[in-house]
Write a protein that binds this ligand. Structure first.
Ligand code: ADP
Ligand code: MG
Length: 236
């Protein structure tokens, strides 16, 4: 696991040592809030990967994004930074309820996203939670109402939207569909469709996947509005 992480980090660094790299590839040149900038710095993130350099500025402008970039290219920060900034700019507080929902195909990936969120979001005051099952529905339900950011798996989240009385998602500002190709491959299409039906239409949506496919573009058509396409290919 560590070896894999080191490998991924090396790959990310390699992109960054590209001679074309300049100041536009640094987090410090982005118009980020103090808490986000400090969280990134404390987590030792300095240089943007390609997908981050392309997706974050568009995300900060409030655009919907359809992003495709291979595993290990840094997609997590490409959506977490815009998520934090969106809520910070809206001066989101505990009384505003759920502001951001991040959907992941598996529990393991959801936990990974949550850990990165906790690291880079450490100087923000938002509450964040995981909705991936494993606890009783009621136990989860009690905490849901207090969360500003949720990282979830599709089936479990839909269960709450259908069954948890008083769980209100009408304020949601931003939706992220991560690993959309795997979400579709794992058969979550109808769960995600139903989930999106519960959400307010006026929201920002970012969809990321490692590969492009017919199923992913179907999901994109359903969930995104006039998206910006961000596809990062390996250098030849
Ligand atoms: P993906 O979701 O595209 O598979 P991840 O977001 O999981 O990629 O990132 C892969 C690895 O690269 C992780 O170990 C992460 O910490 C590292 N990483 C991501 N962005 C950066 C960055 N800007 N600088 C250095 N390392 C990074
Ligand atoms: Mg990922």
């Amino acid at each position: 696991e560590n070896a894999r992480n080191a490998l991924l980090k090396n790959r990310a660094n390699k992109t960054l040592q590209d001679p074309k790299s300049d100041d536009t590839t640094k987090f410090s040149t982005l118009p980020l809030s103090k808490p986000t900038a400090s969280g990134l710095e404390a987590s030792h993130f300095q240089n943007l990967t390609d997908v981050q350099a392309r997706a974050i500025p568009l995300g900060l402008k409030g655009r919907d994004i359809l992003g495709a970039a291979k595993t290990g290219s840094g997609k997590t920060l490409a959506f977490l930074v815009p998520v934090l900034e969106k809520l910070y700019r809206a001066q989101w507080t505990e009384y505003d309820g759920l502001g951001a929902l991040i959907i992941s195909p598996t529990r393991e990936l959801a936990v990974q996203i949550f850990e990165v969120l906790r690291k880079i979001g450490r100087y923000h005051t938002f509450s964040a939670g995981l909705v991936i099952g494993g606890k009783s529905l009621r136990e989860e339900a009690e905490r849901l109402g207090r969360m500003n950011i949720l990282v979830c798996t599709p089936g479990r989240m839909l269960q709450h939207l259908d069954q948890t009385a008083g769980f209100d998602v009408d304020n949601l500002q931003i939706l992220v569909l991560d690993e959309a190709d795997r979400i579709m491959d794992m058969g979550f299409q109808s769960a995600v469709d139903a989930l999106v039906e519960h959400l307010p239409k006026s929201r920002q949506t970012m969809l990321f996947s490692a590969t492009q496919s017919k199923k992913v573009s179907d999901l994109a058509r359903l969930s995104l509005k006039d998206p910006e396409y961000v596809a990062v290919h390996e250098a030849a």
